[in-house]
Design a binder for this molecule. Structure first.
Ligand SMILES: O=C(OP(=O)(O)O)[C@H](O)COP(=O)(O)O
Length: 259
């Protein structure tokens, strides 16, 4: 029986979503379109009568900015926004910054699909020679985490995302849900997929075909044990949502650059 409702949200489009680059722990702001997506998401939730008591985000700006825009559109600016690195996007290791279509040309679409969607394959780790290494690990936000910087990930599989996210889910988010607070988690494609896998009991194989578009609220209905009891609902125009999912899936296709 459905006891609790929970919303997951992949932030609105960021600059690197648009450029088809693995963004991950690089802190990109929302694109103009991403701002509109977040505002539209807030308007839709308000129209449908939903309210939030608390919002959880990662410590990456695109998820925080999305939460703010959603709350503003709902007239709920006063609602607390709680941030944690454990909701950050999956750490894509040395793939960070690279263009998916170019990677597909170089390594093949199958390899890119494995990197993006397999459950337990960790991409190559980022090291100090990587162009974004220092930008990430010299960022002051990572001195505020509950693990020291040197222990933070250098690359993660989806399984490793779930391993670092679950303790936070159990210790911090679940108690709010059990208090019957209306919770929104504004996070990322893969941190939301990892949580979905856990809540819906999706197999290691089947999670590969779960894709989340940006800026679309995902409604989950959970039972007493915080397990999903109904198919997830992606709210909004279903044709547009399907087209947006296909667009994300197609990001891993090899495209020859126009001369
Ligand atoms: O930063 C990312 O996700 P986000 O836009 O949800 O934060 C990743 O680059 C998503 O890449 P993917 O769709 O290839 O897993």
């Amino acid at each position: 029986m459905s006891k609790y409702k929970l919303f997951l949200l992949r932030h609105g489009e960021g600059a690197w979503n648009k450029e088809n680059r693995f963004c991950s722990w690089v802190d990109q702001k929302l694109s103009e379109n991403g701002v509109t997506e977040a505002q539209d998401c807030g308007k839709l939730l308000k129209e449908q009568g939903y309210k939030f008591d608390i919002v959880f985000t990662s410590i990456l700006s695109r998820s925080i900015q999305t939460a703010w825009l959603v709350l503003e559109a709902m007239g709920l600016e006063w609602v607390p926004v709680v941030k944690a690195w454990r909701l950050n996007e999956r750490h894509y290791g040395s793939l960070i910054g690279l263009n998916r279509a170019e990677m597909a040309l170089l390594h093949g679409e199958e390899k890119v699909k494995l990197w993006r969607r397999s459950y337990d394959i960790t991409p190559p780790v980022i090291d100090e020679s990587h162009p974004y290494y220092h930008e990430i690990y010299n960022d002051r936000r990572y001195t505020t985490c509950d693990v020291p910087i040197e222990k933070l990930p250098r690359a993660e599989s989806l399984k490793e995302v779930l391993d670092r996210l679950l303790p936070y889910w159990d210790s911090t988010i679940v108690p709010e849900i059990r208090k019957e607070r209306n919770v929104l988690i504004s996070a990322h494609g893969n941190s939301c997929r990892a949580l979905l896998k856990h809540l819906e009991g999706i197999s290691d194989e089947d999670i590969a075909s779960v894709t989340l578009p940006t800026g679309i609220p995902v409604l989950l209905e959970l039972d007493e044990n915080l397990r999903s009891v109904k198919p997830r609902q992606l709210l909004g125009d279903q044709a547009k949502i399907q087209a947006a999912i296909k667009k994300v899936e197609d990001q891993g296709k090899a495209k020859v650059k126009k001369m």
